[in-house]
Design a binder for this molecule. Structure first.
Ligand SMILES: NC(=O)c1ccc[n+]([C@@H]2O[C@H](COP(=O)([O-])OP(=O)(O)OC[C@H]3O[C@@H](n4cnc5c(N)ncnc54)[C@H](O)[C@@H]3O)[C@@H](O)[C@H]2O)c1
Length: 268
């Protein structure tokens, strides 16, 4: 028996990075995976890969900031597979600038993608989640759900909100057998991180510099984070709800830190 046999998992932002790793891992664990994202070509490729090893997947082209598209996405899943067991709210965006440089539209864009999208997926999936004896909502926060980070105020506010929403969902829907938890990654080597750090050797140098602040001295892989998402999406985490799991290679453990040039986690 695999961990997710027969479960239907809707995963947003599944066309790259952490979401893609979660989609692949969930399929290996026997789930019927819904690859939710805006880039249909990428989603088709991931879907084909999953099917090639005998897994089950479908593509749902969807901008999570658009209510109608989220509603249609959930409806399509229910039409195909008859219900939903797991929602993974992973899609996210960063917009680096000072607060006074934001327009109202910029603010709303980040909040809609990072926070309102959780409300929308829950809103449309709730009638189906409540039909299940056990259901799971996993939200992807960040270390920015716990602390401030310079130059990215709206992202930080949005990720704090993700944690608050996680706790509220956990409280209000425990009675229907639903557990809701938040995975809070630190520095993870994904397209989002690379965009943020810059490209090429300049980007590599910026990442190396940033990793000096991390006790283990390494970035997480998307699969590392996906394993924690899996944990909260099945009965391995029985009894846990409304909590957050920081997975950050020790980043938040120290107020100040400078890693040595080498740790045993490097190159492994
Ligand atoms: N990479 C990191 O260091 C890091 C650290 C902490 C938290 N996170 C969080 O992890 C999650 C995944 O990010 P990632 O690092 O894998 O980056 P990523 O850029 O690979 O993934 C983000 C995904 O969200 C999708 N997305 C963005 N806006 C969308 C929209 N309107 N509709 C549908 N999909 C949309 C993107 O297309 C992309 O597939 C995000 O919530 C991010 O905030 C990442």
């Amino acid at each position: 028996m695999k961990r997710l046999d027969g479960k239907v998992a809707w995963i947003s932002g599944a066309t790259s990075g952490i979401g893609e790793a979660a989609a692949r891992l969930f399929a290996e664990e026997g789930a019927n995976v819904v690859i939710v994202g805006r880039r249909t070509e990428k989603a088709d490729k991931i879907c084909a890969d999953i099917r090639s090893f005998g897994g089950e997947a479908m593509v749902s082209t969807c901008d999570v900031a658009v209510p109608k598209q989220v509603e249609s996405s959930i409806q399509a899943v229910v039409e195909k597979w008859g219900g939903i067991d797991i929602l993974v709210n992973n899609s996210g965006m960063v917009d680096m600038r000072m607060l006074h440089e934001y327009s109202i539209a910029d603010w709303e864009k980040v909040m809609n993608v990072n926070v309102r999208s959780i409300y929308l997926s829950f809103l449309y999936a709730y009638p189906f989640l409540k039909q299940k004896k056990r259901s799971y909502v996993v939200n992807i926060g960040s270390i920015s759900s716990m602390v401030g980070q310079a130059g990215t105020p709206v992202y930080v506010a949005s990720k704090h909100a993700v944690l608050g929403l996680t706790r509220s969902i956990a409280l209000d829907y425990a009675d229907i057998g639903l557990r809701c938890n938040c995975v809070c990654p630190g520095i993870t080597d994904t397209p989002m991180l690379r965009e943020h750090m810059g490209s090429g050797t300049k980007g590599d140098a910026a990442l190396r510099k940033r990793l000096r602040r991390v006790p283990m001295g390494v970035a997480l892989s998307p699969k590392d984070v996906a394993q924690s998402i899996l944990y909260f999406s099945c009965e391995d985490s029985t009894g846990i709800t409304g909590t957050s799991l920081v997975i950050d290679c020790g980043y938040l453990t120290a107020a100040e830190w400078e890693s040595p040039d080498y740790t045993a986690f490097m190159g492994s």
